[in-house]
Design a protein around this ligand. Structure first.
Ligand SMILES: NC(=O)c1ccc[n+]([C@@H]2O[C@H](COP(=O)([O-])OP(=O)(O)OC[C@H]3O[C@@H](n4cnc5c(N)ncnc54)[C@H](O)[C@@H]3O)[C@@H](O)[C@H]2O)c1
Length: 323
Protein backbone atom coordinates (compact mmCIF):
# COMPACT_ATOMS: atom_id res chain seq x y z
CA UNK A 1 0.00 0.00 0.00
CA UNK A 2 1.35 3.46 -0.80
CA UNK A 3 1.33 6.36 1.63
CA UNK A 4 -1.32 8.74 0.29
CA UNK A 5 -0.53 11.87 2.34
CA UNK A 6 1.59 14.91 1.50
CA UNK A 7 1.80 16.79 4.81
CA UNK A 8 2.05 14.57 7.87
CA UNK A 9 2.63 15.21 11.55
CA UNK A 10 4.53 12.51 13.44
CA UNK A 11 4.36 12.94 17.21
CA UNK A 12 7.17 11.23 19.11
CA UNK A 13 9.16 11.31 15.87
CA UNK A 14 12.50 11.55 17.69
CA UNK A 15 11.93 8.23 19.44
CA UNK A 16 12.76 4.70 18.41
CA UNK A 17 9.78 3.87 16.18
CA UNK A 18 9.12 7.49 15.20
CA UNK A 19 12.59 8.14 13.82
CA UNK A 20 12.39 5.04 11.60
CA UNK A 21 9.00 6.18 10.36
CA UNK A 22 10.40 9.62 9.52
CA UNK A 23 13.17 8.02 7.42
CA UNK A 24 10.64 5.84 5.61
CA UNK A 25 8.07 8.54 4.87
CA UNK A 26 10.67 11.00 3.61
CA UNK A 27 11.29 8.57 0.75
CA UNK A 28 7.64 9.00 -0.32
CA UNK A 29 8.10 12.73 -0.83
CA UNK A 30 5.77 13.55 2.07
CA UNK A 31 6.43 16.76 3.98
CA UNK A 32 7.13 15.78 7.60
CA UNK A 33 6.68 17.72 10.81
CA UNK A 34 7.87 16.11 14.04
CA UNK A 35 6.57 17.04 17.48
CA UNK A 36 8.65 15.73 20.37
CA UNK A 37 9.40 17.15 23.81
CA UNK A 38 12.79 15.37 24.12
CA UNK A 39 12.04 14.41 27.72
CA UNK A 40 14.55 12.49 29.80
CA UNK A 41 12.70 9.15 30.06
CA UNK A 42 15.92 8.10 28.36
CA UNK A 43 18.82 10.31 27.36
CA UNK A 44 17.55 13.04 24.97
CA UNK A 45 20.96 12.94 23.26
CA UNK A 46 19.85 9.59 21.80
CA UNK A 47 16.68 11.20 20.45
CA UNK A 48 18.67 14.02 18.87
CA UNK A 49 20.98 11.45 17.26
CA UNK A 50 17.97 9.52 15.93
CA UNK A 51 16.97 12.49 13.73
CA UNK A 52 20.38 13.91 12.95
CA UNK A 53 20.42 12.53 9.42
CA UNK A 54 17.23 14.45 8.63
CA UNK A 55 18.17 17.88 9.97
CA UNK A 56 17.01 20.42 7.42
CA UNK A 57 14.59 18.05 5.68
CA UNK A 58 11.94 17.90 8.41
CA UNK A 59 10.19 20.57 10.45
CA UNK A 60 11.16 19.65 14.01
CA UNK A 61 9.11 21.22 16.82
CA UNK A 62 9.98 20.82 20.48
CA UNK A 63 6.44 20.76 21.85
CA UNK A 64 4.87 18.88 24.75
CA UNK A 65 1.63 17.28 23.58
CA UNK A 66 0.09 18.16 26.95
CA UNK A 67 0.19 21.79 25.81
CA UNK A 68 -3.06 22.15 23.83
CA UNK A 69 -2.38 25.81 22.97
CA UNK A 70 0.93 25.04 21.25
CA UNK A 71 -0.67 22.21 19.28
CA UNK A 72 -3.53 24.46 18.22
CA UNK A 73 -1.10 27.03 16.88
CA UNK A 74 0.94 24.39 15.05
CA UNK A 75 -2.15 22.88 13.41
CA UNK A 76 -3.34 26.35 12.35
CA UNK A 77 0.06 27.00 10.70
CA UNK A 78 0.57 23.67 8.98
CA UNK A 79 -2.74 22.28 7.62
CA UNK A 80 -1.74 18.60 8.09
CA UNK A 81 -3.56 15.89 6.13
CA UNK A 82 -2.52 13.09 8.51
CA UNK A 83 -1.36 12.70 12.11
CA UNK A 84 0.63 9.67 13.22
CA UNK A 85 0.55 9.80 16.98
CA UNK A 86 3.44 7.88 18.55
CA UNK A 87 4.38 10.25 21.39
CA UNK A 88 3.77 8.64 24.75
CA UNK A 89 5.30 7.69 28.01
CA UNK A 90 6.14 4.09 27.16
CA UNK A 91 6.90 1.18 29.44
CA UNK A 92 4.86 -0.78 31.95
CA UNK A 93 7.04 -0.65 35.05
CA UNK A 94 7.64 3.13 35.21
CA UNK A 95 3.90 3.68 34.77
CA UNK A 96 3.38 1.97 38.11
CA UNK A 97 5.83 4.43 39.73
CA UNK A 98 4.23 7.53 38.20
CA UNK A 99 0.71 6.81 36.94
CA UNK A 100 -0.23 10.50 36.89
CA UNK A 101 2.48 11.31 34.37
CA UNK A 102 1.31 8.45 32.15
CA UNK A 103 -2.31 9.56 32.37
CA UNK A 104 -1.54 13.18 31.53
CA UNK A 105 0.80 12.38 28.63
CA UNK A 106 -0.93 9.41 27.08
CA UNK A 107 -4.57 10.31 27.68
CA UNK A 108 -4.69 14.13 27.88
CA UNK A 109 -2.00 14.36 25.18
CA UNK A 110 -3.97 12.08 22.85
CA UNK A 111 -7.14 14.03 23.54
CA UNK A 112 -5.34 17.30 22.75
CA UNK A 113 -4.26 15.90 19.38
CA UNK A 114 -7.72 14.60 18.53
CA UNK A 115 -9.18 17.98 19.49
CA UNK A 116 -6.66 19.72 17.25
CA UNK A 117 -7.67 17.37 14.42
CA UNK A 118 -11.34 18.17 15.01
CA UNK A 119 -10.80 21.93 15.07
CA UNK A 120 -8.48 21.99 12.08
CA UNK A 121 -10.30 19.37 10.04
CA UNK A 122 -7.55 16.77 9.86
CA UNK A 123 -9.34 13.61 8.80
CA UNK A 124 -6.69 10.91 9.31
CA UNK A 125 -5.28 9.81 12.67
CA UNK A 126 -3.04 6.82 13.38
CA UNK A 127 -2.66 5.88 17.03
CA UNK A 128 0.16 3.79 18.54
CA UNK A 129 -1.56 1.40 20.90
CA UNK A 130 0.01 -1.62 22.54
CA UNK A 131 -0.32 -5.37 23.06
CA UNK A 132 -0.46 -4.54 26.78
CA UNK A 133 -4.18 -3.70 26.38
CA UNK A 134 -4.81 -7.46 26.29
CA UNK A 135 -3.72 -7.64 29.94
CA UNK A 136 -4.06 -11.10 31.38
CA UNK A 137 -5.99 -12.44 28.41
CA UNK A 138 -5.58 -16.21 28.69
CA UNK A 139 -6.71 -16.96 25.13
CA UNK A 140 -3.93 -17.02 22.55
CA UNK A 141 -3.23 -15.75 20.03
CA UNK A 142 -4.68 -12.34 20.94
CA UNK A 143 -7.27 -11.18 18.46
CA UNK A 144 -8.75 -7.71 17.93
CA UNK A 145 -12.19 -9.20 18.59
CA UNK A 146 -11.25 -10.56 22.04
CA UNK A 147 -13.18 -8.97 24.87
CA UNK A 148 -10.65 -7.06 26.92
CA UNK A 149 -11.10 -5.12 30.09
CA UNK A 150 -8.54 -6.47 32.51
CA UNK A 151 -5.45 -4.36 31.93
CA UNK A 152 -2.89 -4.71 34.71
CA UNK A 153 -0.82 -1.52 34.50
CA UNK A 154 -1.54 2.20 34.21
CA UNK A 155 0.38 2.22 30.90
CA UNK A 156 -1.97 -0.39 29.42
CA UNK A 157 -5.00 1.49 30.76
CA UNK A 158 -3.85 4.70 29.04
CA UNK A 159 -3.48 2.89 25.71
CA UNK A 160 -6.97 1.41 26.03
CA UNK A 161 -8.32 4.88 26.81
CA UNK A 162 -6.51 6.23 23.75
CA UNK A 163 -8.25 3.64 21.57
CA UNK A 164 -11.60 4.63 23.08
CA UNK A 165 -10.99 8.32 22.43
CA UNK A 166 -10.14 7.43 18.83
CA UNK A 167 -13.41 5.52 18.61
CA UNK A 168 -15.29 8.56 19.96
CA UNK A 169 -13.68 11.02 17.54
CA UNK A 170 -14.08 8.77 14.52
CA UNK A 171 -17.78 8.40 15.30
CA UNK A 172 -18.55 11.96 16.35
CA UNK A 173 -16.38 13.95 13.96
CA UNK A 174 -15.68 11.67 11.04
CA UNK A 175 -11.95 11.45 11.74
CA UNK A 176 -10.59 8.20 10.31
CA UNK A 177 -8.75 6.56 13.22
CA UNK A 178 -6.56 3.48 12.95
CA UNK A 179 -5.39 2.04 16.28
CA UNK A 180 -2.31 -0.15 15.96
CA UNK A 181 -1.46 -2.56 18.76
CA UNK A 182 2.31 -2.96 18.56
CA UNK A 183 3.85 -6.13 20.01
CA UNK A 184 7.35 -5.65 21.53
CA UNK A 185 9.21 -3.81 18.82
CA UNK A 186 12.99 -4.19 18.53
CA UNK A 187 15.86 -3.30 16.23
CA UNK A 188 18.39 -0.52 15.71
CA UNK A 189 17.74 2.59 17.87
CA UNK A 190 15.87 0.37 20.34
CA UNK A 191 14.74 2.17 23.48
CA UNK A 192 17.51 1.61 26.04
CA UNK A 193 15.04 0.68 28.80
CA UNK A 194 13.91 -2.47 26.97
CA UNK A 195 15.26 -5.92 27.80
CA UNK A 196 16.97 -6.59 24.45
CA UNK A 197 18.99 -3.38 24.73
CA UNK A 198 19.91 -3.85 28.39
CA UNK A 199 20.80 -7.53 28.00
CA UNK A 200 22.92 -6.94 24.89
CA UNK A 201 24.92 -4.21 26.53
CA UNK A 202 25.46 -6.14 29.75
CA UNK A 203 26.30 -9.49 28.10
CA UNK A 204 28.79 -7.75 25.79
CA UNK A 205 30.46 -6.18 28.81
CA UNK A 206 30.48 -9.32 30.95
CA UNK A 207 28.01 -7.79 33.43
CA UNK A 208 25.16 -9.76 35.10
CA UNK A 209 21.64 -9.39 33.72
CA UNK A 210 18.45 -9.22 35.80
CA UNK A 211 16.01 -11.92 34.72
CA UNK A 212 12.56 -11.38 36.20
CA UNK A 213 10.82 -14.69 36.81
CA UNK A 214 11.96 -18.15 35.72
CA UNK A 215 12.46 -17.23 32.05
CA UNK A 216 9.15 -18.66 30.87
CA UNK A 217 7.36 -15.34 30.25
CA UNK A 218 6.92 -15.00 26.51
CA UNK A 219 6.70 -12.12 24.07
CA UNK A 220 5.77 -11.71 20.45
CA UNK A 221 8.72 -9.71 19.08
CA UNK A 222 8.33 -7.50 16.03
CA UNK A 223 11.26 -6.21 14.03
CA UNK A 224 11.21 -2.45 13.46
CA UNK A 225 11.04 -2.67 9.64
CA UNK A 226 7.96 -4.86 9.90
CA UNK A 227 6.24 -2.38 12.23
CA UNK A 228 7.01 0.48 9.83
CA UNK A 229 5.51 -1.54 6.97
CA UNK A 230 2.37 -2.02 9.10
CA UNK A 231 2.07 1.66 10.05
CA UNK A 232 2.43 2.84 6.45
CA UNK A 233 -0.12 0.29 5.23
CA UNK A 234 -2.62 1.20 7.95
CA UNK A 235 -2.25 4.90 7.13
CA UNK A 236 -3.20 4.08 3.56
CA UNK A 237 -6.21 1.96 4.53
CA UNK A 238 -9.31 3.95 3.57
CA UNK A 239 -12.05 1.31 3.73
CA UNK A 240 -13.45 2.26 7.12
CA UNK A 241 -13.48 5.01 9.67
CA UNK A 242 -12.20 3.10 12.68
CA UNK A 243 -10.14 -0.06 12.98
CA UNK A 244 -7.89 -1.80 15.45
CA UNK A 245 -5.01 -3.84 14.06
CA UNK A 246 -2.55 -6.11 15.82
CA UNK A 247 0.95 -5.56 14.46
CA UNK A 248 3.13 -8.36 15.77
CA UNK A 249 5.62 -10.92 14.57
CA UNK A 250 3.09 -13.66 15.32
CA UNK A 251 5.58 -15.97 17.01
CA UNK A 252 6.33 -16.02 20.71
CA UNK A 253 9.69 -16.47 22.33
CA UNK A 254 10.36 -16.97 26.02
CA UNK A 255 12.68 -14.74 28.00
CA UNK A 256 15.14 -17.64 28.16
CA UNK A 257 15.06 -17.94 24.36
CA UNK A 258 15.70 -14.20 24.07
CA UNK A 259 18.75 -14.50 26.32
CA UNK A 260 20.03 -17.47 24.29
CA UNK A 261 19.55 -15.55 21.03
CA UNK A 262 21.54 -12.59 22.37
CA UNK A 263 24.24 -14.91 23.75
CA UNK A 264 24.59 -16.49 20.33
CA UNK A 265 24.70 -13.13 18.49
CA UNK A 266 27.18 -11.63 20.97
CA UNK A 267 29.23 -14.82 21.30
CA UNK A 268 29.28 -14.75 25.14
CA UNK A 269 27.32 -16.49 27.91
CA UNK A 270 25.08 -14.37 30.11
CA UNK A 271 25.56 -14.14 33.86
CA UNK A 272 21.96 -14.39 35.03
CA UNK A 273 20.65 -12.92 38.29
CA UNK A 274 17.15 -14.31 38.78
CA UNK A 275 14.62 -11.99 40.46
CA UNK A 276 10.90 -12.36 41.21
CA UNK A 277 8.28 -11.62 38.53
CA UNK A 278 7.61 -7.91 38.08
CA UNK A 279 4.14 -6.60 38.93
CA UNK A 280 2.33 -5.29 35.83
CA UNK A 281 4.20 -7.58 33.42
CA UNK A 282 1.86 -9.88 31.50
CA UNK A 283 2.90 -13.55 31.27
CA UNK A 284 2.57 -13.78 27.52
CA UNK A 285 1.83 -11.80 24.36
CA UNK A 286 1.01 -13.42 21.04
CA UNK A 287 -0.56 -11.59 18.12
CA UNK A 288 -3.14 -12.95 15.75
CA UNK A 289 -2.17 -10.89 12.69
CA UNK A 290 -4.68 -12.36 10.26
CA UNK A 291 -6.77 -9.16 10.15
CA UNK A 292 -3.75 -6.98 9.34
CA UNK A 293 -2.66 -9.63 6.84
CA UNK A 294 -5.92 -9.70 4.94
CA UNK A 295 -6.86 -5.98 5.08
CA UNK A 296 -3.43 -4.34 4.97
CA UNK A 297 -1.29 -7.00 3.32
CA UNK A 298 0.81 -6.93 6.50
CA UNK A 299 3.35 -9.70 6.48
CA UNK A 300 6.36 -9.55 8.83
CA UNK A 301 9.50 -10.77 7.11
CA UNK A 302 12.27 -10.68 9.73
CA UNK A 303 12.62 -13.89 11.75
CA UNK A 304 13.46 -13.40 15.42
CA UNK A 305 17.00 -14.83 15.32
CA UNK A 306 18.10 -12.77 12.34
CA UNK A 307 16.44 -9.68 13.87
CA UNK A 308 18.44 -10.15 17.07
CA UNK A 309 21.63 -10.60 15.04
CA UNK A 310 20.89 -7.44 13.05
CA UNK A 311 20.31 -5.52 16.28
CA UNK A 312 23.56 -6.78 17.84
CA UNK A 313 25.47 -5.94 14.64
CA UNK A 314 24.08 -2.42 14.84
CA UNK A 315 25.22 -2.08 18.47
CA UNK A 316 28.67 -3.33 17.45
CA UNK A 317 28.81 -0.81 14.61
CA UNK A 318 29.09 1.90 17.29
CA UNK A 319 26.02 3.81 16.11
CA UNK A 320 24.27 3.02 19.35
CA UNK A 321 24.68 6.18 21.38
CA UNK A 322 22.44 4.75 24.11
CA UNK A 323 24.80 2.14 25.50
N1 LIG B 1 8.60 -0.09 21.43
C1 LIG B 1 7.64 -0.95 21.68
O1 LIG B 1 7.88 -2.16 21.84
C2 LIG B 1 6.20 -0.50 21.75
C3 LIG B 1 5.21 -1.48 21.97
C4 LIG B 1 3.88 -1.08 22.05
C5 LIG B 1 3.54 0.26 21.88
N2 LIG B 1 4.52 1.18 21.68
C6 LIG B 1 4.12 2.58 21.52
O2 LIG B 1 4.73 3.10 20.35
C7 LIG B 1 5.03 4.49 20.53
C8 LIG B 1 6.51 4.75 20.25
O3 LIG B 1 7.28 3.95 21.15
P1 LIG B 1 8.87 3.95 21.14
O4 LIG B 1 9.30 2.61 21.59
O5 LIG B 1 9.38 4.53 19.87
O6 LIG B 1 9.14 4.95 22.36
P2 LIG B 1 10.11 6.21 22.49
O7 LIG B 1 10.08 6.59 23.94
O8 LIG B 1 11.43 5.92 21.86
O9 LIG B 1 9.37 7.30 21.63
C9 LIG B 1 8.34 8.12 22.15
C10 LIG B 1 8.69 9.57 21.85
O10 LIG B 1 7.63 10.39 22.36
C11 LIG B 1 8.19 11.53 22.94
N3 LIG B 1 7.28 12.06 23.95
C12 LIG B 1 6.94 11.49 25.14
N4 LIG B 1 6.13 12.31 25.84
C13 LIG B 1 5.94 13.41 25.07
C14 LIG B 1 5.19 14.60 25.24
N5 LIG B 1 4.52 14.86 26.37
N6 LIG B 1 5.19 15.51 24.24
C15 LIG B 1 5.90 15.29 23.09
N7 LIG B 1 6.63 14.17 22.88
C16 LIG B 1 6.65 13.25 23.86
C17 LIG B 1 9.50 11.06 23.55
O11 LIG B 1 10.41 12.11 23.77
C18 LIG B 1 9.99 10.03 22.55
O12 LIG B 1 10.88 10.59 21.61
C19 LIG B 1 4.59 4.82 21.95
O13 LIG B 1 3.30 5.36 21.90
C20 LIG B 1 4.57 3.48 22.64
O14 LIG B 1 3.68 3.47 23.74
C21 LIG B 1 5.83 0.83 21.61
Amino acid sequence: MTFPFRNALITGGAGFIGSHLVSNLLTTGCEITVVDDFNDFYDPVIKEANLRAHAGTIDLRKIDIRNAGSLDQLFADKRFDCVIHLAARAGVRPSIQDPQLYLSTNVDGTLNLLEACRKHEVRNFIFASSSSVYGINSKVPFSETDLIGRTISPYAATKLMGEQLCSNYSHLYDIRCMCLRFFTVYGPRQRPDLAIAKFTHRIMNGMPIDQYGDGSTARDYTYIEDIIQGIVSAAGYQESNYEIFNLGGSQTHTLSELIEAIESAVGKKAIIRQLPDQPGDVPRTFADISKAGSLLGYSPTTPFLSGVHRYVDWVRSGEDSGL
